[in-house]
Design a protein around this ligand. Structure first.
Ligand code: ASP
Length: 326
């Protein structure tokens, strides 16, 4: 296989950290040097490295994610593929933002580490080697943004961080990985058929995510309304049902033209208009609430930020959500 030209964009995270006796886990500025010394990387691709940020990923907010997406769109023209190193905590959100906004067919691969640079059995170098191998593989083209961790390849849309500490934390719970990275080759088993692109120059960050819990009342939704949210994602129970106590606030939000999208707080599966009781998915839909399919709440929030950034109009956003994939 011909050597590829790849760009690694670093953003920080545990993959760029080491343990310090006095301060605990801290930044490790030697990451770049460390990376390029690996023969497993040098033999596969010519690599350039660009630092976009050096922060723990809880500090990566949607604006930073969007800036990264713009950078990837700009830089991808010069390279055969781009790899982004990132903290694991918000990696799913960044990966999905890039999946929606980056328009290339070339491989764009995110990777991270659950263990820092001084930990035994550290996973960062292996994950970077895996990401380089995937980004160099022609089969990785036109697969949407990919996440490589623990010798597995997942789609940005599906993958979730399932465990706080294990190296096999990143899993596509509903549909399984797209492929694996074996010692001899990268193998894709399936394609991600649902692939959405929503190119936009702007982002609307005033979108809230509220999780339903039993017995909840209207306070959180009221607060979103008074803070001027453009849309609220409601993580509802099961198939998309909410407690009765929030119905008055949902009505109020809809009257003010806010978009309300219901997704499930269950780990897998779609929401559906099944139940007709007050607060059931069917009656919510009849009220004007949108049912958000199988997307998890934090990803639906990112999608709404991108959609409002692009259309800046609740009616068009609603139309997109209801009909774009008909
Ligand atoms: N707190 C770290 C981060 O997301 C965790 C990690 O990278 O694994 O930056």
């Amino acid at each position: 296989m011909k050597k590829k030209n790849l760009l690694i964009i670093t953003t920080g995270g545990t993959i760029a950290m080491r343990y310090d006796e006095e301060f605990g886990i801290v930044q490790n500025d030697e990451l770049v040097e460390y990376l390029l010394n690996f023969p497993q990387i040098r033999n596969v691709a010519d690599i350039e490295v660009l630092e976009y940020a050096n922060v723990p990923s809880p500090y990566i907010d949607p604006e930073l994610m969007f800036g990264l997406a713009k950078l990837v769109n700009e830089k991808i023209i010069e390279y055969d593929g781009v790899i982004v190193t990132h903290g694991t905590d918000t990696l799913e959100e960044t990966a999905y933002m890039l999946d929606l906004v980056v328009t290339t067919r070339k491989p764009v691969v995110l990777t991270a580490a659950m263990r820092s640079g001084t930990d035994l059995g550290l996973d960062g170098p292996r994950n970077i080697v895996g990401a380089v191998r995937v980004a160099s593989d022609d089969d990785a083209r036109n697969k949407g943004v990919l996440v490589v961790m623990n010798d597995e390849i997942d789609s940005a849309r599906d993958v979730v961080k399932t465990d706080t500490g294990k190296t096999n934390s990143f899993i596509s719970l509903s549909y399984g990985p797209l492929g694996i990275i074996d010692p001899d080759k990268v193998i894709f088993f399936r394609d991600s058929v649902i692939r959405e692109k929503i190119p936009t120059d702007k982002l609307e960050t005033n979108i809230d995510l509220i999780r339903c819990v039993s017995g909840m009342d209207s306070r959180y939704i009221e607060s979103s309304i008074s803070c001027g949210a453009k849309a609220i994602v409601l993580e509802a129970f099961g198939r998309g049902n909410v407690p009765r106590g929030i119905i008055p606030a949902i009505k109020k939000a809809l009257d003010k033209d806010l978009i309300i999208v219901v997704v499930s707080r269950s780990y897998t599966g779609r929401v559906l208009p099944e139940y007709g009781y007050e607060g059931g998915g069917k009656s919510l839909q009849q009220m004007g609430v949108i049912l958000g399919g199988d997307l998890r709440g934090h990803k639906m929030r990112i999608k709404l930020m991108v959609l409002f950034g692009r259309y800046n109009n609740p009616a068009l956003v609603k139309k997109y959500l209801l009909h774009a994939n008909d």
